[in-house]
Write a protein that binds this ligand. Structure first.
Ligand code: SF4
Length: 332
């Protein structure tokens, strides 16, 4: 398959807020997750989050990425922490965090793991876009202790997001035990969901990176060839209005751009990648060098098509319009 080099590659300037690391799942490659009784378990308070948001706004960011462990409420200690802060559920707290971000001038993109229809409906008007990695449609040993990683459960969330017209980010985690056929199956499923609802704005092709201290510490990461092949296949299967995103702090983006990747995701000038804290974000100078002769173009957490088609709610519309140029990218 012949891939045309893109006219430019996009990225989004963001702040990354790991709202809580408490998670009901226990994925075998994860170093982020904590049980509530772990001394490092954390539910960030509004007082801790506000200065990060303000710092991000001052640094020119347009997005706050709220990422967190899934359904901490299933654990009584966590539920008590939430209740002590005055919230009945994580989603109720997230809604408050989103309102604060919008007030400061940042567009929220929330990835809270699996959510039901009502929870997504609550968060939709307060988010420019939302996300949930499909990871894979295969049942894998890596997910044996993770109820939220049952593929049908995740597919349901992505489908609900489509019904609710939420511009959505999903993706594959490559190299966690799935086969090539599984990757193809996952990409076809995403393409089918986009065909039905038209809401998938980007698909992340993320390479698994083994982390010390996890059960998969010695598991081999995917080879460069596997990553290139997956991006090529993704470009072939996914519709042309779906961007393919690769992470420049985890892989060399240039070779993957040659295979069809068009986006570098959220790059933060003020916060680390809390899921892969060992992998530093490149700064703008480094990012420019990484993509060599291809221009970079900054976008918002909502892609231009969705800005133009009016997917955003009245609550964020003015902010989106004030941050975007006439084509729907970040106003410079
Ligand atoms: S769902 Fe996410 S945070 Fe929870 S254990 Fe899995 S990778 Fe870690």
């Amino acid at each position: 398959m012949k891939v045309t080099m893109p006219e430019f590659v996009t990225f989004c300037r963001n702040v990354f807020v790991p709202v809580t690391n408490v998670c009901r799942n226990n994925c075998k490659y994860c170093t982020f997750r904590r049980s509530p009784d772990d001394p490092d378990a954390k539910l960030m308070t509004l007082e801790e989050i506000l200065p990060i948001l303000k710092k991000g706004k001052d640094a020119g960011c347009t997005e706050v990425l709220y990422t967190l462990g899934e359904y901490g409420e299933e654990m009584p200690e966590y539920k008590q922490w939430l209740s002590d802060m005055g919230y009945a559920s994580t989603v109720e707290y997230l809604a408050e965090l989103c309102r604060n971000a919008i007030g400061i001038g940042l567009l929220p993109h929330t990835n809270a793991g699996v959510l039901n229809y009502t929870e997504l409906e609550t968060l939709k008007p307060l988010n420019a876009s939302m996300g949930l990695m499909l990871e894979t449609t295969a049942d894998l040993d890596a997910h044996v202790s993770s109820p939220g990683k049952v593929p049908s459960t995740r597919i349901k969330t992505i489908r609900y997001a489509g019904e609710l017209k939420i511009p959505f980010t999903t993706g594959l985690l490559v190299g966690i035990g799935e086969t090539l056929d599984d990757r193809i199956d996952s990409l076809q499923l995403i393409a089918e969901l986009h065909e039905e609802y038209g809401h998938i704005q980007e698909v992340i092709i993320q390479n698994f990176t083994p982390k010390p201290g996890t059960p998969m510490a010695d598991w081999p990461p995917p080879t460069d060839e596997e990553m290139m092949q997956t991006v090529l296949i993704a470009r072939e299967i996914l519709q042309h209005d779906v961007a393919i995103q690769v992470a420049p702090n985890l892989t060399d983006p240039y070779v993957l751009i040659q295979c069809g990747a068009t986006d570098l995701g959220g790059i933060s000038p003020v916060t680390v990648d809390w899921i892969n804290p060992e992998a530093e974000w490149p700064d703008m100078e480094r990012l420019r060098k990484m993509v060599r002769d291809i221009p970079l173009r900054e976008r918002l957490p909502i892609y231009p098509k969705y800005v133009k088609e009016g997917f955003c709610s009245d609550l964020i519309k003015d902010l989106v319009l004030s941050l975007s140029d006439e084509e729907g990218y970040r106003k410079v």
